[in-house]
Design a protein around this ligand. Structure first.
Ligand code: ATP
Ligand code: MG
Length: 578
């Protein structure tokens, strides 16, 4: 990844004209390879982990291209490698794709369902003299393939067909030990492309398969199974990431040399997505989970879809991100900030505004009558009048942000300091009159007087108020909440680079937990409703803009009406820096 270039994302905004779109368009046009046919793509995740934002790029392309051409897209579990697969992952993958808003209809498949067919087609290759059983050990195979010089011919290459058929059957029947034999395609030992130097297409593994059990002890290699799966499903365009480019000649060789029911699918590659300050590899993400660097696959710091969802990312923001980055052919690393921008844009339009005080200090309005309370209406979203309003109360005892008060103001400071007049959001103008400190000199209470003639925030005499508008909360009408603020999981911008130990790049301060934050009491009712939801982790929890602070959502796992937990989804663009 170190050689990869950082591209200006604006250059990649090629939504309507990207090269894959153009390929497909030509293919289905007159005289194209698929003239007049329905575009048929597939998304083939391996169910050995949860989907991350990199997979999301791929599936947005797969499902998205099908959508744009009125075609169809299959969801296929690529479960031909038996070692690490699990049904837990299958369910999670389905949930995440549905959450993003894509649907495969009744076209859900497992690669392992084609094992019998794969076997049949391997036999066909043997019969055509295009595959042979090889007895080289893996080490011999590697040396023999000529990774450094011209490859040597396997002594088993010219085995008679009958012998190959008999041995392959023995392999299938479990009569051959693991590692003793493989089936290799007979292609071209002199090819400049290593994948074409008689690649292994079947290997022996005595291992339980998550769906097939112990029915099989020989398993097709990805490069053999994948083109066959595509061909059997009638896929027209097999879209995948760039690391498969060198495998395309083999893909084409397979679909050319075995008998398939429809047309030959066409493979097209696009660049893998990389994001700074994170890793996009299931192997590495699994390590973070297993070794408890994070709380799980859905830890809000994880780049997984379930982690992003728990953090507060909406499906719309992620799809918009995938549209924005486009379909480049060159590898690139996108800044995490770009993902944040997409979320902010979305939440700005949709999130309900509310007031919350993260680091509270008492604010007492000394000239406001004891026991009095007034109700004010605040807009739920100034950008969307149809979102309505909700009620807040005002009284003598309030909470304010400790950082909004300075006894000795610094230059240009417009918030609370003795003598300064500020606006309390949605209610009155108040003038700071001083503060109360404890024995250690810490401010424990800020004092102010309100102007009764300024209800709604405007002075009756028309005087100009230069002070800031501050958020606050009525101490008689709020509840405590825990707030979790997240930072990058990795300090290093490129922890995924091949030459780096990603675990050594971790940011020890990526999670900050703040207790005793004050939020509006109505949150309890909102949380209670959410508590009753059946599939909380599969959906977005209620999300808010805490005015002046940032966007926050209820934690879809740990929050409850009795103990509110909020995740900071993203900061406000122009939010004040603490
Ligand atoms: P990982 O290394 O994270 O396990 P993978 O490629 O092995 O990724 P698969 O489940 O096989 O994971 O991936 C399913 C599809 O997603 C593949 O077609 C692959 O090309 C694509 N994909 C995976 N990671 C990325 C990425 N970072 N950017 C774009 N596409 C990706
Ligand atoms: Mg893979």
């Amino acid at each position: 990844m170190s050689e990869e270039i950082k591209v200006d994302v604006t250059e990649e905004v090629t939504e309507n004209t990207n090269f894959i779109y153009n390929f497909i368009k030509d293919d289905i046009s007159e005289d194209g390879q698929f003239e007049g046919q329905t575009v048929h793509t597939r998304f083939p995740p391996e169910p050995n982990g949860y989907l991350h934002i990199g997979h999301c790029k791929a599936l947005c392309i797969d499902f998205g291209m099908a959508e744009r051409f009125n075609g169809i897209c299959n969801l296929r579990m690529d479960d031909t490698n038996p070692a690490k697969e699990d049904t837990e992952y299958v369910d999670a993958i389905k949930q995440d794709i549905h959450w993003l808003g894509f649907d495969w209809g009744d076209r859900f498949f497992y690669g392992s369902d084609y094992f019998e067919k794969d076997y049949e087609l391997a036999v066909e290759l043997i019969k055509k003299g295009l595959a042979y059983v090889c007895e080289l050990t893996p080490e011999e195979f590697k040396a023999n393939r000529g990774d450094t010089q011209t490859p040597a011919v396997s002594p088993y290459r010219d085995r008679p067909i009958e012998e190959n058929l008999a041995l392959f059957e023995k392999m299938r029947n479990g009569e051959v030990e693991e590692g003793k034999m493989t089936l290799r395609a007979k292609i071209d030992l002199a090819s400049g492309n290593f994948n074409m130097r008689d690649p292994v297409i079947y290997r022996i593994r005595f291992i339980n398969h998550h769906r097939q059990g112990t029915k099989w002890c020989i398993f097709p290699m990805y490069d053999f199974a994948h083109p066959i799966q595509d061909a059997l499903e009638g896929i027209t365009h097999s879209l995948c990431s760039l690391e498969y480019e060198d495998h395309r000649p083999l893909y084409d060789w397979v679909v050319t040399n075995v008998t398939i029911p429809y047309h030959k699918p066409r493979q097209i590659e696009f660049a893998r997505l990389g994001i700074d300050h994170t890793v996009l590899s299931k192997r590495k993400l699994r390590k973070l989970v297993e070794e408890k660097y994070v709380s799980g696959w859905d830890d809000p710091r994880m780049p997984t879809l379930c982690g992003l969802r728990r953090r507060g990312y909406t499906a719309a923001s992620i799809r918009n991100f995938c549209d924005t980055i486009g379909v480049a052919k060159s590898s690139n690393i996108i800044e995490f900030a770009e993902l944040e921008r997409c979320l902010r844009d979305d939440l700005n339009l949709t999130a309900e505004r509310t007031m919350a005080v993260i680091n509270p200090v008492k604010l007492t309005v000394t000239n406001y009558p004891e026991g009095k309370s007034e109700v004010f209406e605040v807009e739920n979203n100034p950008l969307d009048p149809s979102a309505g309003t909700h009620e807040i109360t005002f009284s003598r005892n309030l909470w304010m942000e400790a950082d909004d008060f300075l006894e000795e103001p610094i230059p240009k400071y417009k918030r609370m300091y003795p003598g300064n007049e500020v606006r309390l959001k949605g209610t009155y103008l108040v003038t700071c009159t001083g503060c109360v400190k404890d024995e250690n000199g810490n401010v424990v209470e800020v004092l102010c007087e309100y102007d009764p003639e300024s209800r709604g925030g405007n002075p009756a005499d028309g005087r100009k108020v230069k002070g800031a508008t501050l958020h606050w909360i009525d101490a008689n009408n709020c509840v405590d909440a825990e707030v979790r603020v997240y930072d990058n999981l990795f300090n290093d911008p490129a922890p995924d680079a091949a030459d780096k130990d990603f675990l050594a790049c971790m940011n020890p301060d990526s999670l900050q937990v703040i207790n005793n934050c004050k939020v509006e009491k109505e949150m309890v009712e909102i949380a209670r409703k959410f508590d009753q939801m059946e599939n909380r982790t599969g959906v977005n929890a209620p999300t808010f803009q805490f005015m002046r602070v940032g966007f926050f959502c209820l934690d879809n796992r740990d929050s409850s009406a009795d103990h509110l937990v909020f995740n900071r989804s993203v900061s406000l663009k122009d939010g004040f820096k603490k």
